[in-house]
Design a binder for this molecule. Sequence first.
Ligand SMILES: Nc1ncnc2c1ncn2[C@@H]1O[C@H](COP(=O)(O)OP(=O)(O)OP(=O)(O)O)[C@@H](O)[C@H]1O
Ligand SMILES: [Mg+2]
Length: 266
Amino acid sequence: MSNAKIRLVGLNKLFHTRFQTIEAVRNVDMEFAAGDFVSIIGPSGCGKSTIIRMIDDLIKPTSGEIFIDGRRVSPHRRIPPEVIRKIGFIFQQPNMYPWMTVRENVMLPLRVFGLRDPEWARHADALIEMTGLREQRHAYPTELSGGSMQRAGVIRAMVHKPDILLMDEPFGALDEMTREQLNLELLDIWRATGKTIVFITHSVQEAVLLSNRVYVMGTNPGRVVDEIAVDLPRPRNLKLIVSDRFAGYCELLTGRIGQVELSQIK
Ligand SMILES: Nc1ncnc2c1ncn2[C@@H]1O[C@H](COP(=O)(O)OP(=O)(O)OP(=O)(O)O)[C@@H](O)[C@H]1O
Ligand SMILES: [Mg+2]
């Protein structure tokens, strides 16, 4: 896939702490095509967050290469600002500034990237409207429910119109119903905008519902152990969840993750 949006080649990451060296990920190869929706699933500590933090240049790989739009951006240089602008990052915790309103929080990337044209503020307001946060736009983050807070996190990551969304277990802390709702909203956004989405999750159902492809990772050291294509029709909806094919994929994926965990006991 030479026209990959993001390509990771032989990525390694060591963390040196005072007492030990941790091999967080070893020899990770991954590819994400333009407009792809790919999940990364695996046990705690297998390096999922480390991988997307390397893509976003929050940390540097120890070795290996990262290409974005065919351009080699790592490990030897800082990712240029115009490439960083292509990326939106959605954290596991919403990380909203408590002293700013929802709207101010959401518009923060526009300030960071110097996007001052009023057109951008209108775009932010359109996103706020689209995700049903209009009534709460002048509220402070502590006044929001968990679901609304995560919606605001999604909008904040998208407000500067990135091509790529990196999502680190964005809905993991929410109850199942809210999570399902947000999954469907995310699918709508993805369909409407055609972004490349890299989605980290612990949930097999979530991975199957959302993704075209799933990377399964294992620990000690963190590495890719399998790659599964999810060949289910789109648009996907809640009806799909009760289908046999959906259950079949969940079983397949659970089996692969189970094998990873069993192999770690040895
Ligand atoms: N800044 C750091 N310093 C030292 N070790 C780190 C650092 N960040 C991550 N690690 C270690 O690297 C390994 C991978 O961590 P990472 O956070 O990427 O895992 P994860 O798959 O995202 O786990 P989880 O599902 O719990 O979020 C772990 O052993 C972790 O302790
Ligand atoms: Mg993590």
